[in-house]
Design a protein around this ligand. Structure first.
Ligand code: PLP
Length: 419
């Protein structure tokens, strides 16, 4: 079997260098632990960017996958399959109570594969709704997004990214899709002012992350979600919540918006929806927005979206989130983890800690200096975490982690950070 170094060499030689990973190779995983080819064991504190909410290789998900793959996996949407309907029914029933659904409308979903595809789908549906239902003149629809957003890597999406770090690279992918307006995250007044500046009759949607994960787990001011809801309702603008990272129990509730009991018009979901084993994403909205008068056959789709295997897995993933009460668990353990980190921050650390923030098990430690060195050292102490935006490290272990495992992690973190 090749060694860690040999695997990394192959990655470098044959794979495009579109990532800068930690120099660790994972060849096996279980729950919140991963192993490299030499048998070294690490605690996963990234969870594949929140894809592993229910833990690596959850036995029930593996069983659902194995049983389904033996029957039928992919047939394309040219035919129907016996998994998609029951899965979408469950998805709509789980997400529905968190959504704003007009009277006489039902909850409907559109299944895709990756997060970026869910975002693209949401944008297309929002534009189509704007023209067909809101009566926006052809090609005039505007969508408002936030500074420091992260919604994925397609051309349209990077076209409205403001990521300073990647600014140079994004500069090489133009020309970009027009029709987007960027505003400050967390500033509801600016949202209203911008809608008025554009002209409310031409604004079709406001797309935002209830917690900006990739920006470094940034939370908006209290009351923001409520104000956004009021403004979007006032001007008939779709409120689209990208909960691809923050949703599905990660932050201690089913959705981050639940912290203010706010119901958006559309959720974008991905990552943990695939149970940590398969790419599964979806938009969930209401039949007024994505019904047959808006999205007609041939206007959108994906060969793999809604395939039998994906639906069997995602259906099981939803069961586990609910049956294992992962939202409550993330809330309790997240508080415990944050408290432990605060105790470390209060001590004399090599680089001072500026802030510990987060919700549930989506936690960030922001340093007053470069954080990459610590990420490397955590690895040497058996912890895998990832830096973001130079000064911040995110801790987001699988929600199935135990308290004793958090205690162990805190000990290692302290060893690395203490002066
Ligand atoms: N939206 C959010 C909030 C994300 O955090 C991500 C990925 O990190 C995406 C969209 C894109 O998802 P994917 O990488 O599956 O395309």
């Amino acid at each position: 079997m090749p060694t860690t170094e040999e695997y990394i060499e192959m990655d470098h030689k044959y794979g495009a260098h579109n990532y800068h990973p930690l120099e660790v190779v994972i060849s096996r995983a279980e729950r919140c632990w991963v192993w490299d080819p030499e048998g070294r064991k690490y605690l996963d504190c990234l969870s594949a960017y929140s894809s592993q909410n229910m833990g690596h290789c959850h036995p029930e998900i593996v069983k659902a996958l194995e049983e389904q793959v033996k029957k039928v996996a992919v047939t394309s949407r040219a035919f129907c399959n016996d998994q998609m309907g029951p899965y979408l029914k469950k998805l709509c029933e789980v997400v529905g109570p968190h959504l704003k659904v007009p009277e006489n409308a039902g909850v409907m979903a559109l299944p895709m594969n990756t997060g970026a595809e869910a975002v693209e789908t949401g944008l297309k549906v929002a534009r189509a709704w704007g023209y067909i239902k809101k009566g926006i003149p052809k090609n005039q629809a505007k969508i408002i997004v936030c500074r420091n957003n992260f919604h994925g890597r397609t051309i349209t999406i990077v076209g409205f990214s403001t990521d300073i770090q990647h600014g140079n690279y994004y500069g090489n992918f133009g020309p970009y899709t027009p029709g987007f307006e960027i505003i400050t995250y967390g500033d509801a007044q600016e949202l209203e002012d911008t809608i008025l500046k554009i002209g409310p009759e031409n604004v079709t949607a406001f797309l935002f992350e209830p917690i900006q994960g990739e920006a470094g787990v940034k939370l908006p001011p209290k009351g923001y979600y409520t104000k956004v809801r009021e403004i979007c309702s006032k001007y008939n603008v779709l409120m689209i919540a990208d909960e691809i990272q923050s949703g599905l129990c990660r932050t201690g509730k089913m959705f981050a918006l639940d912290y203010e009991d706010v119901k958006p018009d559309m959720f974008l979901l991905g990552k943990a929806l695939g149970g940590g084993v398969y790419p599964v994403s979806a938009i969930v909205t209401n039949s007024d927005v994505v019904g047959p008068d808006v999205i007609k056959p041939g206007t959108h789709g994906s060969t793999f979206g809604g395939n039998s295997l994906a639906c069997a897995i995602a259906s099981k993933a939803l069961d586990i989130l609910i049956d294992e009460k992962l939202a409550d668990r993330a809330a309790e353990l997240g508080e415990y983890f944050q408290e432990g980190l605060r105790k470390i921050a209060a001590k004399d650390t090599k680089v001072p800690i500026k802030e510990i923030r987060g919700r549930g098990l989506l936690i960030a430690v922001e340093f007053d200096g470069n954080a990459r060195q610590f990420v490397e050292q955590f690895k040497e102490h058996g912890i895998l975490a990832k830096d973001t935006h130079i000064t911040t490290i995110r801790f987001a272990p699988p929600i199935v982690i135990e308290k004793e495992e958090i205690d162990w992690a805190l000990e290692q973190i302290e060893k690395v950070l203490e002066k």
